[in-house]
Structures are given as C-alpha cells and as structure tokens.
Design a protein around this ligand. Sequence first.
Ligand code: CTP
Ligand code: MG
Length: 228
Amino acid sequence: MDTVALVPAAGRGTRLGAGVPKALVRVLGHSLLSRAVRGLLDSGSVGHVVVAAAPDQLDPMGREVRDLGERVHVVPGGGERTDSVRAALRAADRLVPSAEVVLVHDAARAFTPARVIRDVVAAVERGAPAVVPTLSVADTIKRVDDEGVVAETVDRSRLRTVQTPQGFTVDVLREAYGAAGEVATDDAGLVERLGYPVETVAGHTNALKVTTSFDLAVAEAVLAAGPV
Ligand code: CTP
Ligand code: MG
C-alpha cells in the first residue's frame, strides 16, 4: 500500500527557546526536520512526506529537505498543531492521491528508530484503522486535588505514554479531521472519539519529543550512541 507521512513542523518551539523554529534546530549538524523526514524515508515504509511549515518558514524548511528528493513536499501549516495536520492532509489528498495509509509524525521526534515506523505501517496494512507507538510508564503516578494534595495513586500497569508516528487508514484520518474545529493532543484522540479501535505497537525511548533544552542534550547523547 502507498503510505504518505504528514510532518507537522509549523510550531515556534517556544519552550525550547532556540530563537528559531524548533524544526530548524540542528543536532550534530542536521536539523530536527531533515532528520525526521530522512528517518521516515529511510525506514522503507514511507513513499511520500508532506511537511507543514509556518507560512513564513516555507523557504528555510524547503531548503532543509531539498536534498531528500521529490517525494518530499512542504506546504503551509496553521496556528495550532491540528490546523497544520489538517492542512498537510488536504495537501496529501492532492499530491499523493494513491495513498491508503497515512502517518502523522512530529518533526520534534526526529530520532524515531526505523523499526517503530515500520511496525506502525505494518499494523495499518494488516487492517488496523489506527495505530500508536507506546511506552510503559516508569514513574509512580498520582492524581491530585485542586490544592495539590494526593487524592489517589493510580494503577500504572495499564497506562502508556504515546509517541509518533501514529498511523491510520487515510479514510479514517480524513473522517477524524472532517469535523471542523476539533482539538486533541494527538491525532489518535480524534479517531478514538469516532469509536474506532486504536491499536498499539512498542515505541522506543529514542523517539523522544524534543521540547526543552534538556531533551536536546538527551538527543545528542542518543545520536552519539549510534544507531539502534
Ligand atoms: N506544530 C505544528 N503547527 C503548530 C504547532 C505545532 O505543526 N501550529 C508541530 C511542531 O512543529 C512540532 C509538533 O507539532 O513538530 C509538536 O508540537 P510541539 O512539540 O508543541 O512544538 P512547538 O509548538 O514548536 O513547541 P512549543 O509548544 O514549545 O512552542
Ligand atoms: Mg506546541
């Protein structure tokens, strides 16, 4: 099946505070954007990539992916992440009409191992409408009340943190984004609301999202350790 990956990269990177949009921040010489897009293509499971860039960053982001060939497209994103994904999905309908599987992958998760990408695509190809990579929770989790006093210790055995790429059939993601004005912290959240089952595959600690400068330091260590 033809697979297109949507890469929302239109955020400002406020929490990182690097002075440039986060996707343009370089780690050991290469930007998060170019690393994320190259990782998708190199997995062998992704045919095309549509990057959503802030409208004033189309040129610099286009330059970052120019070397990666004609299978990579850069289009204008929107004010919220959901707006950027919606814009990229619309562009994908036009640019890659043959795609049946769609991934949504944050530029900020630039170090995701190929195995994770391949597992997500394979699960959709086997018939899952939606798939997310997850990790078990290592810390003890407590729920607190309005005053910050512990109300309960939550059983963490069934809790998972969720990464990207998240995979969908194109029809299901289109339906999820069809409802105007929807907001969710992840794309699978929109699909859950429609009642579709969301399967999980094993994520990887290297698929961390670069949010703060601490994460950048971790990312450098991950790269220095070599491929997984
Ligand atoms: N994103 C996007 N369009 C937006 C906001 C975010 O495409 N309007 C993208 C970001 O570029 C990033 C991903 O969504 O790849 C996850 O968002 P986040 O980690 O929050 O990145 P930023 O919004 O850039 O960071 P911050 O919230 O610190 O400003
Ligand atoms: Mg943000």
